[in-house]
Design a protein around this ligand. Structure first.
Ligand code: PEP
Ligand code: MN
Length: 340
């Protein structure tokens, strides 16, 4: 942390800021310059709260030099985190494809889809059992029954499954039946839920909040890791902007930035970003080209009948096309697709 003083700050003013820093248990290191003095702060173990210093007389600005996140920081762990889930590797050379319906609607729907998606190249099956819906009157998911259906689909097809926990109370149930716990965009800053998922033995996929900065996203992941769970997968799913032709705006620039700052794997969900199926394949291609470790897409056998997110769900034929295109792009970015 660097405290930049006003150019007219006299010695007493600089000294009183140094005293304030000392009273916080930290060491002030004044660096006199031609125009002004800056005070470097050392001796802190964790991040320092800048708000105590910005309001002091003579202070222009407080600049953070080190990052507030530790465990997710690549400086702490230069090697990529690679997560193994029942034979599927996330964060290694493989491009991972998670596919499935927005919601688990019935046993028949989910089993039939799982059987079709696996041979086409899906590595993990998705399906919501606890659904975060904008309207309380919309389909809220099948709850535990939905999780049981996913577990059956896993067993029949040897296909790991992922599903969302909406609240802390859902975590024990979700971790009982699925291989990866999903934390949705709306819950990215639900700290109690992040901590609870951090206590789980299951890997956690954390989706970016719809208005979350990169730092907020990484600090949310830090909550999970701080509870002892090292297996966190990040997922960019679009943020809210003024663009009104898509549901959200897919922020692909976060992919290389995350790769630079963190060792955690990052996937991209083009379905929720796009909101319409015709955009999903081009965005998925772009995500892999940008360096994502994989994609998560929604697929439905009959999207017009879907109980949620039908407009953005790919048909099975479109999913087959997506896989073809992924297989073309993957070697160009020196990655691999798991053999089916
Ligand atoms: C989902 O993936 O099922 C979902 C609800 O996505 P998001 O949390 O990104 O809106
Ligand atoms: Mn959905």
């Amino acid at each position: 942390m660097l405290v930049v003083m006003k150019s007219d700050a006299d010695r007493e003013t600089v000294q009183s800021v140094c005293n304030a820093i000392k009273s916080m248990g930290l060491n002030p290191n004044p660096i006199p310059g031609k125009l002004r003095t800056a005070i470097g702060i050392t001796g802190n173990i964790g991040p320092v709260d800048p708000s105590c210093l910005t309001a002091l007389p003579g202070v222009v600005e407080v600049i953070r030099v080190t990052r507030p996140f530790k465990l997710v920081n690549r400086e702490m762990k230069p090697d990529d985190t690679v997560i193994q889930i029942n034979g599927v590797t996330i964060g290694g050379p493989d491009i991972v494809v998670i596919a499935g319906p927005c919601s688990v609607e019935s046993r028949e729907q989910t089993l039939s889809l799982a059987e079709q998606l696996k041979p086409l190249g899906a590595n993990i099956l998705r399906g919501g059992a606890f659904k975060p819906r904008t309207s309380p009157y919309a389909f809220q998911g099948l709850g535990e029954e939905g999780l049981q259906i996913l577990a059956e689909a896993h067993e029949r097809n040897n296909l790991p499954v992922i599903s969302e926990a909406l609240s802390t109370g859902d975590v024990p149930l979700v971790e009982k039946y699925v291989d990866i716990i999903q934390i949705g965009a709306r819950n990215m800053q639900n700290y109690a839920l992040l901590r609870k998922a951090g206590m789980s033995k299951r890997p956690v996929m954390l989706k970016r909040g719809i208005a979350a900065t990169l730092e907020e996203f990484l600090l949310a992941a830090e909550y999970i890791m701080a509870e002892g769970n090292p297996n966190v997968i990040l997922c960019e799913r679009g943020v809210r902007t003024f663009a009104d032709y898509s549901r959200f705006t897919l922020d692909l620039s976060i992919v290389p930035e995350i790769k630079r700052l963190s060792h955690l794997p990052i996937l991209v969900d083009p379905s929720h970003a796009a909101g319409k199926r015709d955009l999903v394949i081009p965005l998925a291609r772009a995500a892999i080209a940008a360096g994502a470790d994989g994609v998560m897409v929604e697929v439905h056998e009959n999207p017009s009948q879907a109980k949620s997110d039908g407009a953005q769900s790919l048909t099975v034929d479109m999913f087959a096309k997506l896989m073809e295109e992924i297989r073309i792009i993957t070697p160009a970015v020196r990655r691999e697709t798991a053999r089916v």
